[in-house]
Design a protein around this ligand. Structure first.
Ligand code: AMP
Ligand code: DBH
Length: 536
């Protein structure tokens, strides 16, 4: 049994193989090829893991899981933060053909339930350090509700669920049983714009190519010392080129729990880190810290700073080489596939002012008008794309796929872009109903649905408002039976078990929501209203 997904049409698959993009090897090769190496692969606090040690732990865990009856075609729900166990678990699961959904550590009950409902996981791997798993209340309810779950392993648990014990137990003869290279290796998370968080099936072939190609563009090699301070599970930190790119190149990943300067600057200095990946708000905080401490000396080893996940202003971009003293690379990517990079040898103007160009010669990217017709070069419209590492359909979402793709299999990302004569993209805005809160994506509909569960709420609309640090924050416009205070609204949402970053930063109660001529909530108007109110 394999996990169902929408495959590429045969002629595309044949072409991607012919051109050498798809090499028909499992992603676990990235690690096993260095199984004999004593060089350090991961640094997590005081713990250093060589490639050899990492491989042995992956084997141990894979063997434990096989003994517990997990097998090719199963799925797993995983929630681990920026810890070495995240990679050990990822590779162990892929090794035995189990496709994980890697939930973010900031996710709560609501997100975990939604993912589990979609994949019906055979196992759960989580961390006692997460508030949800501090005791067994949620765990018991979860395994009760999701009868597919046969195995539970927990980090920081020394009882029957101990993940550490499963990793320490010497491997019996592990027989690698990965899914086929053209099949689903794992699921990526979509930032989404719909009520339920959508899952993106990624195959070994497409994901391996995206990482290999990223390594070429970003020049990752054995000397790469990469700071992973964004969520390790995020597509950006995993694959652009991310930790997997580092492993492929036999470099070293240094983990940080968050991108704060107080945590990261000493790590950079101590471990002579030369590449870091950030979102724009983290860049602002780093620059602020450099000013406060009146020194960028701790960052002397840094040669490349990648910035992506949300729009980077040209002003902020220009300050990076000047004040941090390293090269900037803009990264405009999506968990659905397409990744654009500015190139290391691009002119400073281009690096500062554009979000780069597609990484593959076979990325097909064009700009559509509202009717889906191509626009002339330079004009602003909807980003449409397909290619050797861009997915062909969300997991089990035929209806949504009908809207997200055109008849020729082009995915519409919901971004508004323009493409210049040289093929470089500038992100101009967004059409999807999403708030990009400093790189953390919030699907408006998901939060609105939760708000509507409140007895007092009649109508709800979540829109973005400008923020100098995060770029965007969220504002909930509510029509209520009795006035509701922001704290009460946030408390209610927290009780619904939703990630903290999705809680509205501001709540506005009104008598009625403005409507468009066709009777939909006029979010453009609401964005204008909140802009006016914050000005006043
Ligand atoms: P996700 O669906 O969560 O993978 O988020 C992908 C989305 O993040 C893209 O479709 C863009 O809206 C946004 N994004 C990522 N990188 C950038 C960037 N460098 N500039 C502007 N927006 C970005
Ligand atoms: O925001 C993203 O999803 C993103 C940003 C940069 C991404 O998926 C990526 C690079 O691969």
């Amino acid at each position: 049994m394999s996990v169902a997904f929408t495959p590429w049409p045969d002629d595309f698959a044949a072409r991607y193989r012919e051109k050498g993009y798809w090499q028909d090897r499992p992603l676990t090769d990235f690690l096993t090829r260095h199984a004999d190496s004593e060089s350090v692969a991961v640094i997590d606090g005081d713990r250093h893991f060589s490639y050899c040690e990492l491989n042995a732990r992956v084997d141990n865990l894979a063997s434990s899981l096989q003994r517990q009856g997990l097998k090719t075609g199963d799925t797993a729900l995983v929630q681990l933060g920026n810890v070495a166990e995240f990679y050990i678990t990822f590779f162990a699961l892929l090794r035995i053909g189990v496709a994980p959904v890697n939930a973010l550590f900031s996710h709560q009950r609501s997100e975990l339930q939604a993912y589990a409902a979609q994949i019906e996981p055979a196992m759960l791997i989580a961390d006692r350090q997460h508030a949800l798993f501090a005791d067994d209340v949620f765990l018991n309810a979860f395994v009760d509700e999701h009868r597919s779950v046969r195995t539970v392993l927990l980090r920081n648990d020394d009882g029957e669920h101990s993940l550490a014990a499963a990793i320490a137990h010497p491997a019996d003869n592990v027989v690698a049983t990965p899914t086929g290279p053209g099949e689903v290796a794992f699921f990526q998370l979509s930032g989404g714009s719909t009520g339920t968080p959508k899952l993106i099936p990624r195959t070994h072939n497409d994901y391996a190519y995206s990482i290999r190609r990223s390594n070429e563009i970003c020049a990752f090699d054995q000397n790469t010392r990469y700071l992973c301070a964004l969520p390790a599970a995020h597509n950006y930190a995993l694959s652009s080129p991310g930790a997997l790119g580092v492993f492929l190149a036999q470099g070293c990943v240094i983990l940080a729990a968050d991108p704060s300067a107080t945590l990261c600057f000493p790590l950079i200095e101590q471990h002579q880190i030369n590449v870091a990946a950030l979102v724009p708000p983290a860049v602002s905080l780093w620059l602020q810290a450099i000013h406060e401490w009146n020194s960028n000396a701790a960052l002397a080893s840094l040669t490349l700073l990648q910035v992506g996940g949300a729009r980077l202003s040209a002003t902020l971009a220009a300050r990076i080489p000047a004040e941090i003293g390293c090269q900037l690379q803009q990264v405009f990517g999506m968990a659905e596939g397409l990744v654009n990079y500015t190139r290391l040898d691009d002119s400073p103007e281009r690096i500062i002012n554009t979000q780069g160009c597609p990484m593959s010669p076979d990325d097909e990217v064009w700009v559509a008008d509202a009717e889906g017709n191509p626009l002339p070069r330079g004009e602003v419209g909807r980003l449409m794309t397909r290619g050797p590492y861009t997915f062909r359909g969300y997991y089990k979402s035929p209806e949504h796929n009908g809207c997200a793709f055109d008849a020729n299999g082009f995915y519409g990302s919901g971004d508004l872009i323009s493409i210049d004569e040289q093929g470089y993209i500038t992100v101009q805005g967004r059409e999807k109903d999403q708030i990009n809160r400093g790189g953390e994506k919030i699907a408006a509909e998901e939060v609105e649905n939760l708000l509507l569960r409140h007895d007092e709420v009649i109508h709800a609309a979540l829109v973005s408002m400008e923020d100098s640090l995060l770029g965007e924050k969220s504002c909930a416009w509510l029509v209520t039976k009795t006035p509701l205070r922001a704290v009460a609204v946030r408390r209610f949402l927290r009780e619904q078990g939703v990630a903290e970053f999705k809680l509205p930063d501001r709540v506005e109660c009104v008598d009625a929501l403005p409507l468009t001529p066709v009777g939909k909530v006029d979010k453009k108007q609401l964005r204008q209203w909140i802009a006016n109110r914050t000005l006043a």
